[in-house]
Design a protein around this ligand. Structure first.
Ligand code: IPM
Ligand code: MN
Length: 354
């Protein structure tokens, strides 16, 4: 198979971890006889520096002509404490989601047997937790009308959802639940928010179409508590954009390190694969960042974008082997010797070809 991959490393540790993901992709392609073609594009702060636009048209065309997008991270401390910056790196990520129609963000939360001790939660709580968070990605407060009034002293962001948007993401969630343990949790704030009441109304209507699926409804404040009180309760969790942003960061600590969690954003034009950690500027250029989340994002790319399940599994097995062997970066190496980003990338790529 010929794989046309748009590679958007972005800012901070993005380039370092994406380079390791590419090593894994190359190794899989050698082992399974696929041909791969990478096209690089600029996104985020580096794109602002180069041409003033965090998601340049040229990068958009590269994405549109690819089968999948491998994404690093965006963000730069130069913008973080400057609320009045006219253009920000994060706008690149929001633009790419909107323009590529990436309406669903899938964030699987799994535990690795060799790492259960790394979780800040008790071992017996997290051991065996395995669920999929589905976050709506192109609606809600992120994209609703926003602005200032009263001479700039009053600000608003509107959480808005249409039936079409809600039905589309819920349908995906019902389908995934059907392929997993048939348990769907719809997270909202229907006791307060009208947009949540629309979500709940539509979900109730759709239940009739999926009689085999057990659906429960949970308010987001309660969900934030249940995620760490009993993570094994969840199978598929679906929620709107902002709630999903917050809950998935929380859920990432179940696995032990944010450096482990991958994500897929799927939608209408192409799909995008990225680690859920950000640009981690403190570590940029130091060759210390954990490349596993980026490498597992490549595994998700094989599975979700190309339907190549064996190839995805080969990457997952190599990652699991590296964790078991303790061949890890410093975030996971309590007491034992740690390895650099590129060493871990090389080890995993080698293991894939074994
Ligand atoms: C994420 C990030 C983004 C978001 C930022 C960088 C805009 O936190 O992918 O979760 O809020 O969606
Ligand atoms: Mn986030």
């Amino acid at each position: 198979m010929k794989l046309r991959i748009a590679t958007l490393p972005g800012d901070g540790i993005g380039p370092e971890v994406v380079a390791q993901a590419q090593k894994a992709v190359d190794a899989v392609c050698r082992r399974f006889n696929h041909e791969v073609e990478y096209t690089f594009g600029l996104v985020g702060a580096c794109a602002i520096d180069a041409c003033g636009d965090p998601y340049p048209e040229e990068t958009h065309q590269i994405c549109m002509q690819s089968d999948a997008v491998l994404f690093g991270a965006v963000g730069d401390p130069r913008y973080d404490n400057n609320p009045t910056a006219p253009v920000r790196p994060e706008q690149g990520l929001l633009a790419i989601r909107k323009k590529l129609g990436l309406y669903a963000n899938l964030r699987p939360v799994e535990t690795f047997a060799s790492l259960v001790d790394k979780s800040p939660l008790k071992k017996e709580l997290v051991d065996g937790a395995d669920f999929l968070c589905i976050r709506e990605l192109t609606g809600g407060m992120y994209f609703g009308e926003k602005g200032r009034k009263d001479d700039g002293d009053t600000a608003y962001d509107t959480c808005i959802y249409s039936r079409f948007e809600v039905e589309r993401i819920l349908r995906l969630a019902f389908e995934y639940a059907g392929r997993r343990r048939k348990h769907l949790t719809v997270v909202d704030k229907a006791n307060v928010l009208e947009s949540s009441r629309l979500w709940r109304q539509i979900a109730r209507e759709m239940e009739a179409e999926y009689p085999g699926i057990e659906v429960d409804y949970m308010f987001v404040d309660n969900a934030a508590m249940q995620l760490i009180r009993c993570p094994k309760f969840f199978d598929v969790l679906v929620t709107e954009n902002t709630f999903g942003d917050i809950l998935t960061d929380e859920a990432s600590c179940i696995s032990g390190s944010m450096g482990l969690l991958a994500s897929a954003s799927v939608g209408t034009h192409t799909s995008l694969f990225e680690p859920i950690h950000g640009s981690y500027p403190q570590a940029a250029g130091k060759n210390i960042a954990n490349p596993v989340a980026a490498i597992l994002s490549a595994a998700m790319m094989f599975e979700y974008a190309f339907g190549l399940m064996e190839e995805g599994k080969a990457i997952r097995q190599a990652v699991a082997a590296s964790l078991e062997a303790g061949y890890v970066t410093e975030d996971l190496a309590a007491g034992t010797a740690s390895h650099s980003t590129s060493e871990v990338g090389d080890w995993i790529a080698n293991q894939i070809e074994k």
